[in-house]
Structures are given as structure tokens and as C-alpha cells.
Design a protein around this ligand. Structure first.
Ligand SMILES: [Zn+2]
Length: 149
């Protein structure tokens, strides 16, 4: 009887992270290939899109500084305690979902008034931001389609 219980705990301990990893991998794949949104070519387009998306999240665009990194650099959202200064560091090419994703990180850090722990980032914040970025891409595509038709 005890052996059955232990083997079930082992099964759950194996299945939960495995299924979680597969789902997270699928979300990352879909985000990168289907829901990454338009590529923004000019700095002006990036700044304009950032302003629009920041307002949707309730962030003050005047407090967000956008900086550009070298090509294909990892994008970073930087929060300074107190929330008076927020930075988006973006590698090119910049896609719409990248901005939504990074702004979502800023929103979450601002709400907590702190950065994320490594485990919190990996298992909570990053999956949320990936889903948020995809969701915004889907929503903005719908808005464009409704405007056209
Ligand atoms: Zn992220």
C-alpha cells in the first residue's frame, strides 16, 4: 500500500514538470512563429507602439525609456525601485509581441515594486509574459481585421 502511494507521488513528480515544460515549450514556439506580431523597422515605430501598449497596461509612457541593443541581443525590462524609472532594452529586430512581453514584466515589477526571484521569473513571470505577448498580438490582429471589414 505504501509502495503504491510512493509510486504515485513519483509519477506526479515526473508528470507535472514534464507536462508543464511541454506546455511552456509549445507556448514559446507559438509565440515565436505565429503570435510575434509585426516587425517594427524604425525607432519611431517602436516608441509609438511602446506608448500605446504601455497605456493599455496602465503604465505611464513618459517614465519608460526605450534603448536599443545590438542585433539579436536578449531583450530586457529594467525596473528601478519606486517605479519612477522604467527601461526597455531591445535587441533588433523588434517585434510587437516583444514590446508587449517586456512591458508586461515592467507592469508586474511595478505592481510588486521589486524585481523577480529566479524561480519566480522562470516558473511564473516568464510564462505569463509569453502568454500576454501572444494575447496582445491576437487582439491587435482582430482589431485590424475589424477595421478593414
Ligand atoms: Zn520575458
Amino acid at each position: 500500500m505504501e509502495t503504491d502511494l510512493l509510486s504515485n507521488v513519483g509519477l506526479v513528480a515526473f508528470l507535472v514538470p514534464t507536462v508543464g515544460t511541454l506546455m511552456y515549450g509549445a507556448a514559446l514556439y507559438l509565440n515565436a512563429h505565429l503570435f510575434s506580431g509585426k516587425k517594427l523597422d524604425s525607432d519611431e515605430e517602436v516608441r509609438s507602439f511602446t506608448e500605446t501598449e504601455a497605456k493599455i497596461l496602465g503604465l505611464d509612457p513618459s517614465k519608460i525609456e526605450v534603448k536599443f541593443l545590438s542585433d539579436n541581443a536578449v531583450d530586457v525590462a529594467r525596473y528601478y525601485v519606486g517605479g519612477e524609472r522604467l527601461e526597455l532594452l531591445l535587441g533588433r529586430p523588434v517585434r510587437e509581441s516583444t514590446i508587449s512581453h517586456e512591458l508586461y514584466h515592467l507592469k508586474r515589477m511595478k505592481d510588486k515594486n521589486r524585481g523577480f526571484s529566479l524561480l519566480g521569473y522562470l516558473f511564473n513571470e516568464e510564462p505569463r509574459a509569453v502568454l500576454y505577448g501572444s494575447k496582445r498580438t491576437i487582439e491587435s490582429k482582430r482589431t485590424i481585421e475589424n477595421t478593414i471589414s
